[in-house]
Design a protein around this ligand. Structure first.
Ligand code: ATP
Ligand code: MG
Length: 217
Protein backbone atom coordinates (compact mmCIF):
# COMPACT_ATOMS: atom_id res chain seq x y z
CA UNK A 1 0.00 0.00 0.00
CA UNK A 2 1.74 3.16 -1.19
CA UNK A 3 1.19 6.68 0.08
CA UNK A 4 -0.72 7.29 -3.15
CA UNK A 5 -3.35 4.68 -2.19
CA UNK A 6 -6.83 5.96 -3.03
CA UNK A 7 -10.09 5.13 -1.30
CA UNK A 8 -13.38 5.82 -3.10
CA UNK A 9 -16.64 5.92 -1.08
CA UNK A 10 -19.77 4.70 -2.87
CA UNK A 11 -23.22 3.60 -1.78
CA UNK A 12 -24.80 0.35 -2.97
CA UNK A 13 -27.50 0.43 -5.60
CA UNK A 14 -27.90 3.09 -8.28
CA UNK A 15 -24.85 5.14 -7.34
CA UNK A 16 -22.58 2.10 -7.40
CA UNK A 17 -24.10 0.84 -10.67
CA UNK A 18 -23.93 4.22 -12.40
CA UNK A 19 -20.38 4.96 -11.19
CA UNK A 20 -18.97 1.68 -12.59
CA UNK A 21 -18.86 2.93 -16.23
CA UNK A 22 -17.07 6.10 -15.06
CA UNK A 23 -14.48 4.00 -13.23
CA UNK A 24 -14.10 1.83 -16.35
CA UNK A 25 -13.34 4.99 -18.31
CA UNK A 26 -10.51 5.62 -15.86
CA UNK A 27 -9.26 2.05 -16.36
CA UNK A 28 -10.51 0.90 -12.95
CA UNK A 29 -12.55 -2.30 -12.64
CA UNK A 30 -14.12 -3.23 -9.34
CA UNK A 31 -13.45 -6.94 -8.93
CA UNK A 32 -16.22 -7.72 -6.42
CA UNK A 33 -20.00 -7.23 -6.49
CA UNK A 34 -21.35 -5.48 -3.35
CA UNK A 35 -24.79 -7.04 -3.92
CA UNK A 36 -23.28 -10.54 -3.65
CA UNK A 37 -20.47 -10.04 -1.19
CA UNK A 38 -20.88 -8.80 2.36
CA UNK A 39 -17.55 -7.08 2.19
CA UNK A 40 -17.48 -3.34 2.81
CA UNK A 41 -14.04 -2.85 1.30
CA UNK A 42 -13.81 -3.89 -2.34
CA UNK A 43 -10.63 -4.37 -4.32
CA UNK A 44 -10.08 -3.15 -7.86
CA UNK A 45 -7.68 -4.18 -10.64
CA UNK A 46 -5.47 -1.30 -9.45
CA UNK A 47 -3.70 -2.33 -6.21
CA UNK A 48 -3.65 1.35 -5.19
CA UNK A 49 -7.39 1.94 -5.56
CA UNK A 50 -10.09 0.48 -3.30
CA UNK A 51 -13.80 1.13 -2.94
CA UNK A 52 -15.62 1.32 0.39
CA UNK A 53 -19.38 0.75 0.57
CA UNK A 54 -21.22 3.12 2.92
CA UNK A 55 -24.75 4.44 3.39
CA UNK A 56 -25.56 7.13 0.76
CA UNK A 57 -25.94 9.84 3.40
CA UNK A 58 -22.60 8.87 4.99
CA UNK A 59 -20.48 9.40 1.84
CA UNK A 60 -19.77 13.12 2.54
CA UNK A 61 -18.74 12.31 6.12
CA UNK A 62 -16.16 9.67 5.10
CA UNK A 63 -14.71 12.08 2.52
CA UNK A 64 -14.78 15.13 4.83
CA UNK A 65 -12.68 13.31 7.45
CA UNK A 66 -10.33 11.82 4.86
CA UNK A 67 -11.31 8.20 5.56
CA UNK A 68 -12.12 8.20 1.85
CA UNK A 69 -10.20 10.41 -0.59
CA UNK A 70 -13.18 10.83 -2.87
CA UNK A 71 -16.77 9.68 -3.24
CA UNK A 72 -20.00 10.00 -5.15
CA UNK A 73 -23.04 11.58 -3.47
CA UNK A 74 -26.40 13.00 -4.53
CA UNK A 75 -26.99 16.74 -4.38
CA UNK A 76 -29.78 15.95 -1.89
CA UNK A 77 -27.27 14.35 0.47
CA UNK A 78 -24.67 17.10 -0.06
CA UNK A 79 -27.20 19.84 0.62
CA UNK A 80 -28.13 18.21 3.95
CA UNK A 81 -24.47 17.65 4.85
CA UNK A 82 -23.50 21.23 4.00
CA UNK A 83 -20.35 20.35 2.03
CA UNK A 84 -17.77 21.34 4.70
CA UNK A 85 -14.27 20.07 3.82
CA UNK A 86 -15.39 18.86 0.41
CA UNK A 87 -14.26 19.91 -3.02
CA UNK A 88 -17.05 19.30 -5.55
CA UNK A 89 -15.46 19.46 -8.99
CA UNK A 90 -17.84 17.46 -11.20
CA UNK A 91 -21.57 16.99 -11.65
CA UNK A 92 -21.58 13.39 -12.89
CA UNK A 93 -25.10 13.61 -14.30
CA UNK A 94 -26.03 10.23 -12.78
CA UNK A 95 -28.87 9.21 -10.40
CA UNK A 96 -31.00 12.07 -11.67
CA UNK A 97 -34.29 12.93 -10.00
CA UNK A 98 -35.84 15.96 -8.31
CA UNK A 99 -36.63 17.13 -4.79
CA UNK A 100 -40.30 18.03 -4.54
CA UNK A 101 -43.16 18.90 -2.24
CA UNK A 102 -46.06 16.43 -2.41
CA UNK A 103 -49.48 16.30 -0.75
CA UNK A 104 -52.47 13.96 -0.57
CA UNK A 105 -54.89 14.23 -3.50
CA UNK A 106 -57.49 16.69 -2.23
CA UNK A 107 -55.19 18.76 0.01
CA UNK A 108 -55.33 22.34 -1.31
CA UNK A 109 -51.66 23.30 -0.98
CA UNK A 110 -51.93 26.58 -2.91
CA UNK A 111 -54.74 27.83 -0.68
CA UNK A 112 -53.00 26.70 2.52
CA UNK A 113 -49.88 28.63 1.48
CA UNK A 114 -51.86 31.71 0.37
CA UNK A 115 -53.77 31.81 3.67
CA UNK A 116 -50.54 31.55 5.69
CA UNK A 117 -51.47 28.23 7.28
CA UNK A 118 -48.80 26.52 9.38
CA UNK A 119 -47.81 23.32 7.56
CA UNK A 120 -46.69 20.03 9.04
CA UNK A 121 -43.86 18.77 6.85
CA UNK A 122 -42.56 15.19 7.10
CA UNK A 123 -39.18 14.50 5.51
CA UNK A 124 -35.76 12.94 5.69
CA UNK A 125 -34.42 16.19 4.17
CA UNK A 126 -34.96 18.60 7.05
CA UNK A 127 -32.37 21.19 6.02
CA UNK A 128 -33.69 21.36 2.46
CA UNK A 129 -37.29 21.66 3.72
CA UNK A 130 -36.35 24.30 6.30
CA UNK A 131 -34.65 26.50 3.69
CA UNK A 132 -37.32 25.99 1.04
CA UNK A 133 -40.26 26.98 3.22
CA UNK A 134 -38.32 29.81 4.89
CA UNK A 135 -37.64 31.28 1.44
CA UNK A 136 -41.40 31.17 0.72
CA UNK A 137 -42.23 32.69 4.11
CA UNK A 138 -44.23 29.58 5.07
CA UNK A 139 -44.16 28.53 8.72
CA UNK A 140 -43.70 24.81 9.26
CA UNK A 141 -43.47 22.13 11.89
CA UNK A 142 -40.79 19.68 10.77
CA UNK A 143 -41.23 15.98 11.40
CA UNK A 144 -38.03 14.04 10.77
CA UNK A 145 -38.47 10.63 9.12
CA UNK A 146 -35.91 8.09 7.88
CA UNK A 147 -37.94 6.49 5.07
CA UNK A 148 -41.38 5.78 3.55
CA UNK A 149 -42.26 9.48 3.60
CA UNK A 150 -45.24 8.75 1.31
CA UNK A 151 -47.10 7.25 4.23
CA UNK A 152 -47.07 10.36 6.40
CA UNK A 153 -49.89 12.39 4.75
CA UNK A 154 -52.02 9.24 4.32
CA UNK A 155 -52.22 8.57 8.05
CA UNK A 156 -52.36 12.19 9.22
CA UNK A 157 -48.77 12.52 10.40
CA UNK A 158 -48.20 15.51 8.12
CA UNK A 159 -49.86 17.82 5.59
CA UNK A 160 -47.02 17.63 3.09
CA UNK A 161 -43.83 15.67 2.42
CA UNK A 162 -40.54 16.73 0.90
CA UNK A 163 -39.03 13.80 -0.99
CA UNK A 164 -37.19 12.69 -4.12
CA UNK A 165 -39.32 12.02 -7.17
CA UNK A 166 -38.24 10.45 -10.44
CA UNK A 167 -41.13 8.86 -12.35
CA UNK A 168 -43.84 9.84 -9.86
CA UNK A 169 -45.08 6.23 -9.76
CA UNK A 170 -44.64 5.89 -6.00
CA UNK A 171 -46.57 9.11 -5.41
CA UNK A 172 -49.39 8.02 -7.73
CA UNK A 173 -49.58 4.58 -6.14
CA UNK A 174 -50.18 6.29 -2.79
CA UNK A 175 -52.68 8.94 -3.92
CA UNK A 176 -50.20 11.77 -3.61
CA UNK A 177 -49.51 14.63 -6.02
CA UNK A 178 -46.37 16.66 -6.60
CA UNK A 179 -47.22 20.34 -6.03
CA UNK A 180 -43.83 22.05 -6.14
CA UNK A 181 -40.36 21.26 -7.40
CA UNK A 182 -37.58 22.38 -5.04
CA UNK A 183 -34.47 21.42 -7.02
CA UNK A 184 -33.09 19.11 -9.67
CA UNK A 185 -30.89 16.36 -8.24
CA UNK A 186 -27.96 14.48 -9.69
CA UNK A 187 -24.85 12.96 -8.16
CA UNK A 188 -21.54 14.79 -7.76
CA UNK A 189 -17.99 13.70 -7.31
CA UNK A 190 -16.70 14.93 -3.97
CA UNK A 191 -13.01 15.04 -3.07
CA UNK A 192 -11.29 15.51 0.29
CA UNK A 193 -9.54 18.88 0.17
CA UNK A 194 -6.25 17.63 1.65
CA UNK A 195 -6.21 14.56 -0.63
CA UNK A 196 -6.66 16.84 -3.63
CA UNK A 197 -3.35 18.48 -2.80
CA UNK A 198 -1.38 15.50 -1.42
CA UNK A 199 -2.56 12.89 -3.94
CA UNK A 200 -3.04 15.17 -6.92
CA UNK A 201 -0.86 13.01 -9.20
CA UNK A 202 -3.03 9.93 -8.69
CA UNK A 203 -6.37 11.75 -8.47
CA UNK A 204 -6.07 14.10 -11.45
CA UNK A 205 -6.22 11.44 -14.24
CA UNK A 206 -9.22 9.79 -12.58
CA UNK A 207 -11.05 13.11 -12.22
CA UNK A 208 -10.32 13.89 -15.87
CA UNK A 209 -11.63 10.49 -17.00
CA UNK A 210 -14.79 10.98 -14.89
CA UNK A 211 -15.28 14.42 -16.38
CA UNK A 212 -14.93 13.18 -19.97
CA UNK A 213 -17.15 10.15 -19.37
CA UNK A 214 -19.91 12.22 -17.77
CA UNK A 215 -19.94 14.97 -20.40
CA UNK A 216 -23.32 15.49 -21.98
CA UNK A 217 -25.15 13.49 -19.29
P1 ATP B 1 -31.37 4.17 1.70
O1 ATP B 1 -32.15 3.66 0.51
O2 ATP B 1 -30.26 3.27 2.14
O3 ATP B 1 -32.22 4.69 2.80
P2 ATP B 1 -30.91 6.35 0.03
O4 ATP B 1 -32.36 6.33 -0.31
O5 ATP B 1 -30.30 7.67 0.35
O6 ATP B 1 -30.56 5.44 1.23
P3 ATP B 1 -30.50 5.36 -2.59
O7 ATP B 1 -31.93 5.02 -2.72
O8 ATP B 1 -29.48 4.41 -3.13
O9 ATP B 1 -30.08 5.64 -1.11
O10 ATP B 1 -30.26 6.78 -3.26
C1 ATP B 1 -28.95 7.26 -3.43
C2 ATP B 1 -29.04 8.58 -4.16
O11 ATP B 1 -29.62 8.39 -5.44
C3 ATP B 1 -29.91 9.62 -3.45
O12 ATP B 1 -29.17 10.34 -2.52
C4 ATP B 1 -30.36 10.46 -4.63
O13 ATP B 1 -29.39 11.43 -4.96
C5 ATP B 1 -30.47 9.46 -5.76
N1 ATP B 1 -31.84 8.94 -5.91
C6 ATP B 1 -32.69 8.55 -4.93
N2 ATP B 1 -33.86 8.13 -5.43
C7 ATP B 1 -33.76 8.25 -6.76
C8 ATP B 1 -34.62 7.95 -7.86
N3 ATP B 1 -35.85 7.48 -7.66
N4 ATP B 1 -34.16 8.16 -9.11
C9 ATP B 1 -32.93 8.62 -9.33
N5 ATP B 1 -32.06 8.93 -8.33
C10 ATP B 1 -32.46 8.74 -7.07
MG1 MG C 1 -33.66 4.85 -1.26
Amino acid sequence: MSSQQLTLALSKGRIFEETLPLLEAAGIHVTEDPEKSRKLILATNDPDVRVIIVRASDVPTYVQYGAADFGVAGKDVLFEHGGAGLYQPIDLGIAKCRMSVAVSVGFDYATAVRQGARLRVATKYTETARQHFASKGVHIDLIKLYGSMELAPLVGLSDVIVDLVSTGNTLRANNLVEVEEIMDISSRLVVNQAALKLKRERLQPILQAFERASEGK
